[in-house]
Design a protein around this ligand. Structure first.
Ligand code: BYC
Length: 326
């Protein structure tokens, strides 16, 4: 923004870059890659966007486990498409992150060495087919609630990536809920399988939203920058209020004896989340942390020849074009 424009906004003194930036945030303007931004804003975005990208990529693993064992061709095609979408989400997000001046290689390195986090939820095992239903319904359901506000986040490339991601998440959530409806209306064994999956995925899904607002170190600053539009607790409450009636509709029981409608707050009160378990998983001691990282590192190492071949081919094409142009 030029000095003239600043005057046009009625400001008398000359503003610092920081003040201009704050004003742009206040006006809900999108911040774009080449715009000036505080270093902390850049770093915070690299942290969140990269963790989000890593979550999408690692998130393919628990479901990938079931592609070959899906119970019908229809289910297999839908699951395959969903997992492929997640790869796409990871790629949009890595690209958005790279606009902040960090390379893809650095981002992978941070994931592979454990420097960067990814969502706790993907460190739980997928032991039955019903887990595909529970993940779609609960995990993607939670993801939508967390990500819809991110469509209006202040950093342009992140906000734009989120719009497409949310549309696809909505299909994912429905395919999961439809699996649960089918199982819940099936044989007693199938219903039991659906209930068992809900029992195992409910609490980890609530943990996806992150620590309570009182414990969240980044929320206050991220809300000021409009990176986050709602707090962890607000989003968690919204998820519970939306999901409980969906469970009731298909005759499944939320595994929380303290769950109770609170007329005054027009939302559900719920039981205590096991935050010790959450932090254990975040610190790398969940049931599948090691397995997930081994799979990612192996994929990276075994895929080296593919990356090299793609680069060599691209160079060959480029050389051909140059020769023609001369
Ligand atoms: N797991 O101050 P806080 C998907 C960390 S992909 C692990 O509240 P913030 C899907 C947090 O990073 C789902 N770590 O942080 C994919 C921080 O540590 P650092 C991923 C967690 O950033 C495939 C510390 O705890 N979605 O849906 O303000 C198939 C303190 O937390 C977790 C996104 O990434 C966790 N659950 O808020 C199906 C969305 N929670 O960084 C589905 C974008 C917290 O200081 N991200 N931590 O070392 C966000 O919205 C926010 O980053 C969070 C955390 C709400 C997750």
């Amino acid at each position: 923004m030029s000095e003239k424009e600043i005057k046009n906004h009625g400001t008398e003194h000359s503003l610092s870059l920081e003040e201009i930036f704050e004003q742009r945030i206040a006006r809900d303007e999108k911040i774009e890659p080449k715009d000036w931004m505080p270093e902390k804003y850049r770093k915070t975005h690299i942290r969140q966007i990269s963790q989000h990208a890593h979550s999408e990529i690692v998130g393919m693993l628990p479901e990938g486990n079931w592609i070959t064992r899906a119970p019908s061709l229809r289910r297999k095609v839908a699951l395959l498409a969903k997992v492929q979408d997640e790869a796409g989400h990871g790629l949009y997000l890595y690209s958005a992150c790279e606009t902040l001046g960090i390379s893809r290689e650095e981002l992978y390195e941070q994931l592979h060495t454990g420097k960067a986090k990814y969502s706790s939820i993907f460190n739980y095992p997928t032991v039955t087919w019903a887990d595909m239903g529970a993940i779609g319904w609960l995990v993607d359901g939670a993801a939508i609630i967390n990500q819809v506000p991110l469509c209006s986040t202040s950093y342009g490339p992140y906000a734009r990536a989120m719009i497409r991601v949310c549309k696809e998440e909505s299909f994912h959530q429905r395919q999961g809920y439809e699996i649960m409806i089918t199982l819940a209306n099936g044989s007693p064994e199938q219903k039991e399988m659906a209930q068992d999956a809900l029992n195992r995925w409910w609490w980890p899904s609530l943990m996806m939203f992150g620590p309570t607002d009182a414990e969240s170190v980044h929320t206050a600053q991220s809300m000021k920058w409009k990176l986050k539009r709602k707090t962890n607790d607000e989003l968690r409450q919204q998820f519970i209020d939306q999901t409980v009636p969906q469970a009731e509709l298909i005759g499944l029981t939320i595994p929380d004896p303290d769950l109770k409608w609170n007329e005054e707050k027009k939302g559900y009160d719920f039981g205590k989340i096991d935050w010790d378990e959450f932090w254990q998983v975040v610190k790398g001691h969940g049931p599948c942390n090691k397995e997930r990282m081994t799979a990612r590192v192996n994929a990276w190492e075994k895929g080296e020849w593919v990356r090299d071949a793609a680069m060599a081919y691209a160079k060959k094409q480029e050389d051909k074009k140059l020769k023609k142009a001369i």
